[in-house]
Ligand binder design. Structure first.
Ligand code: CO8
Length: 306
């Protein structure tokens, strides 16, 4: 069983060198103190600029906290750090599950950093899109149990991150919304965003959602199955850790093979079309009309603040 687990881990690796990994810091800390543990704690903390990862080797659970003010927007730097952290956890024999959450109050993630798509060279835009693909491939294709603890607003790429996980728990706050709102920005969610959403909420709901760029309230999101569970804000981590222990009670190899069986066709579709998807994105985003839409959207966001 252990050998199979190692093989499956090996299958999932291979991109580490792309990012020029630096060794991550280690120091003991405390977010996982609430987990019931049998014996002495063994916690490891990886801190990066944009996220903090805490792995409890006693339970096998890592918590990734996104911490990029003001809104956890997914910049190239952020995505690169995220991919490195996922790779490290995937390879870590002690890690069995990941909870993804945010340390920014009221925000899970605002999605892709629009500044990475506006006024940039085609080379930069292509590199950025490859990093977006990479984090989706890593999360959606992870052998680990992945739980999104959505503790704030989660538009577009934020929703994609959550949908790529195995289970979604959202803080029940009437101010929070989640969805793929791309059409509202004048852009189009790519096929693998669409495929991921279909796999979560079904075809009809996805078509409705994508054409109108719908953002759902927490209760609507629960109703259509975009999230699995709503809980009070202060219960989100304890709930996530308790759900995690249920998932980890299932024999790992059986769960992993089942997950792979469900997700492989969707992953393969991007893997076989990866370069053309990058080219399509670069061509699309470079159009004058799309650049204009993004400019107006950025201005709207800034004015709204004022
Ligand atoms: N990228 C960059 N900056 C952002 C983003 C973003 N996605 N979202 C917000 N910001 C900035 C704002 O401009 C503002 O900047 P500044 O302080 O300089 O004025 C700052 O963050 C704070 O924003 P708010 O004042 O709006 O913060 P609030 O707490 O009031 O609201 C929200 C937070 C709800 C997250 C709100 O900011 C929001 O709705 N943001 C926009 C979210 C969005 O529409 N994201 C879509 C990104 S596109 C994507 O993810 C998928 C693209 C697929 C591409 C396919 C093409 C082919």
């Amino acid at each position: 069983m252990a050998a199979l687990r190692n093989v499956m881990r090996g299958l999932c690796s291979g991109h580490l060198s792309l990012y020029g990994i630096k060794s991550l810091q280690y120091k003991p800390t405390g977010i996982l103190c609430q987990l019931p543990c049998k014996s002495s704690y063994q916690r490891r903390l990886f801190t990066n600029k944009n996220m903090m990862v805490e792995l409890d080797s006693n339970t096998g659970v890592a918590v990734i906290q996104m911490k990029k003010p003001p809104v956890n927007s997914l910049s190239l730097e952020f995505l690169t750090e995220f991919a490195i952290n996922m790779e490290k956890l995937e390879m870590d024999r002690e890690c069995r599950g990941v909870v993804l959450t945010s340390s920014i109050p009221k925000i899970f993630s605002a999605g892709l950093d629009i500044n990475e798509m506006y006024g940039k060279t085609p080379e930069h835009t292509g590199e950025f899109w490859r990093a977006v693909q990479e984090i989706w491939l890593k999360l959606y294709g992870s052998n680990l149990v992945t739980i999104a603890a959505i503790n704030g607003a989660s538009p577009a790429g934020g929703c994609l991150l959550a949908m790529a996980c195995d289970y979604r728990i959202m803080a029940d706050n009437p101010k929070y919304a989640i969805g793929l709102n791309e059409t509202k920005l004048g852009i189009v969610a790519p096929f693998w965003f669409k495929d991921t959403m279909i796999n979560v909420i079904g075809r009809r709901a996805t078509e409705h959602s994508l054409q109108l760029g719908l953002m759902y309230s927490t209760s609507e999101a629960l109703k259509i199955g975009l999230v699995d569970q709503l809980v009070a804000q202060d219960k989100i981590m304890t709930t996530a850790l308790s759900v995690m222990s249920e998932w980890l009670a299932i024999p790992g190899h059986a769960r992993q093979i089942t997950k792979s069986m469900m997700r492989k066709p969707t992953l393969d579709r991007l893997l076989t079309n990866r370069e053309s998807d990058i080219q399509n994105f670069v061509n699309f985003i470079s159009k004058d009309s799309i650049q204009k839409s993004l400019q107006l959207y950025l201005e709207m966001l800034r004015q709204r603040k004022g």
